[in-house]
Design a protein around this ligand. Structure first.
Ligand SMILES: O=C(O)CCC(=O)C(=O)O
Length: 292
């Protein structure tokens, strides 16, 4: 496979805590996911329309504008936050999680025994509005055994979780691409605090640990980073929604009981292929999809 990380790229991943791999996915890989998202938006629009909160379904608006229009008119409706998990749980998400091109890259970094956890997120970063700013964080701060971030992290630092972050539009500093602090994973797990909005933010001046990188990406590129690598995303100052999905992978057998209880996952890749779990097996472990 052309996109497999070279030895130098794997070394850079170890050194810098992230790896950008270009041109991994094709347009056709995104089409099923866009259909799932569009169906979720259809459902949401119909619900708000029936409740008299919007005056039209806005079906003629594009994938990049429709949800913004609906949200503005409904004054946000019941849609809190800016990410979906169970709302888009589907075979299409399974197909992306098990895409051979993605799994081959993940296997080259963490080995062939790979478990997906169900903590994936479709994110719609709306144009403007500070509420979709995601402050500096290490993903590990959200992996708390008691699901209460105030109790800080229970997982050990050895629980390796790779995030694969995939934009569905080209991203740069104007529409809220990810920013990364190279090498910040070497600081180990750092305790966060809550800011005035209740969000978890670092206590320390993390930007002093490395030069902040804007990770500009084209559709088809994927970004891989570890659970200790500090990252964030700022406002989307463009006119279009910044759609993305982030997926998470660990070596099978990692101590992730709490995470897997909250977000059941499945074995996605193995040298013993008979242990790999199908969509039907994953579906049976999860509660049914929950429309918006
Ligand atoms: O998509 C974003 O803007 C933030 C995503 C993120 O922090 C993550 O995937 O861990």
């Amino acid at each position: 496979m052309d996109n497999l990380p070279t030895t130098a790229q794997r070394q850079s991943f170890d050194e810098r805590g992230y790896l950008l791999v270009q041109g991994v996915l094709d347009e056709e890989d995104f089409a099923p996911l866009r259909r799932v998202i569009s169906a979720a938006i259809d459902h949401y629009a119909k619900k708000l329309y029936d409740q008299g909160k919007i005056s039209g379904l806005y079906k003629d608006l594009s994938f990049y504008h429709r949800l913004t229009r609906i949200q503005r008119e409904s004054q946000k409706g019941p849609l809190l936050g800016w990410n979906w998990n169970k709302e888009v749980f589907s075979r299409e998400v399974y197909e992306l999680l098990t895409h051979p091109k993605i799994l081959d890259i993940v296997a080259s970094l963490i080995g062939p025994e790979i478990t997906v956890n169900g903590d994936y997120w479709i994110r719609f970063k709306m144009p403007t509005g500070g509420e979709s700013v995601f402050p500096w964080h290490q993903d590990s701060i959200y992996y708390n055994g008691n699901a209460d971030p105030d109790q800080q992290v229970i997982f050990s630092e050895e629980s390796e979780i790779l995030t694969v972050w995939i934009p569905m539009v080209d991203v740069d500093e104007h529409n809220g691409c990810l920013q990364i602090i190279p090498g910040s994973h070497k600081q180990g797990l750092r305790p966060p605090r809550r800011d005035e909005n209740g969000r978890l933010v670092p206590i320390e001046d993390v930007e002093s640990w490395g030069e902040v990188q804007n990770v500009c990406m084209k559709v088809g590129d994927i970004l891989v980073f570890g659970n200790l690598t500090f990252h964030r995303s700022l406002e989307n100052t463009s006119e279009d929604i910044r759609w993305s999905i982030d997926l998470r992978y660990s070596p099978t057998g990692s101590p992730l009981e709490w995470l897997l209880q909250k977000w059941p996952g499945f074995i996605a890749h193995s040298e013993q292929p008979e242990t790999v779990e199908s969509w039907e097996m994953w579906e049976a472990k999860r509660t049914p999809p929950d429309p918006i």
